[in-house]
Design a protein. Sequence first.
Length: 306
Amino acid sequence: MGVRFRGWGIAVPDKVVTNDDLSKTLDTSDEWIRERTGIRERRIGGSAMTLGVAAAEKAMAASGVGPADIDFLVMATTTPDRLTPATAPMVATRLGLTCPAMDLNAACSGFMYAVRTAQGLLETGNRRILVIGAENLSRWTDWNDRNMAVLLADGGGATVLEYDESGTDILSFVLGADGAAADLLTCEHGGFIEMNGKEVFRRAVRVVVESAEEAMAKAGVTASDISLVVPHQANVRIIQAATQRLGIDMDRAVVVLDRYGNTSSASIPLAMDDAIVNGRVRPGELALLTGFGAGMTWASSVVRWS
């Protein structure tokens, strides 16, 4: 049984908020933010639904499929438009879909969790699954909190996965969760996103490295075989530390957080789309997709690009 990535699409709000913009209201500076996070600017606006719809439309167009071709919609988001109903059914209606649709919340690992869920759905009789990662993090950001306001942003990304009995793009998958670390990154009802940055950094590097190594071992490949690393875009220092420990040159990592900030479940598809547009991944090459997030959750997968 095989799974193919057929097409990708992204959506980001028009409004750009630079580090200099934030320095007007916060005790911070462009230099301080860039040095500690790698972020220069971020996009703010829209909603999980509007960004999800826009990204999905592009992914479906790139895949050459219409609404009737989609058998299931899995939408990863940690910022749904409402507590209930889920955002996915509303997205499906906007897209003209008549298939089942559901939200999935694994925070910044959400897109990878959704891809793994889609893989299972394809291997049990479905033909095409639309996977979306979309976030409206600005709605849950305290813009007076220097530590969080400089990190978070809004965006969406999507892909269409298709069953292919002749082969597969996904060579391995590793998922994990540790609820004992739940209090490190939280958002209470009616509150704002809060984080223990130092501890999240420490654990994030460890789980990314461990899950990536396990995913490569399951795929029967080594770090030298990986042409591209597509990591969750949280902090450039985390990406640098993880790639160094994996023995992968930093120039093989896709970094888009300088333009988009941390968009949680949207960050990996935003990075993947950037790699495709810029010709950084070629047929037959191996890509390592890896992320981590609140929960604490983590996910890594080795993909052979077709």
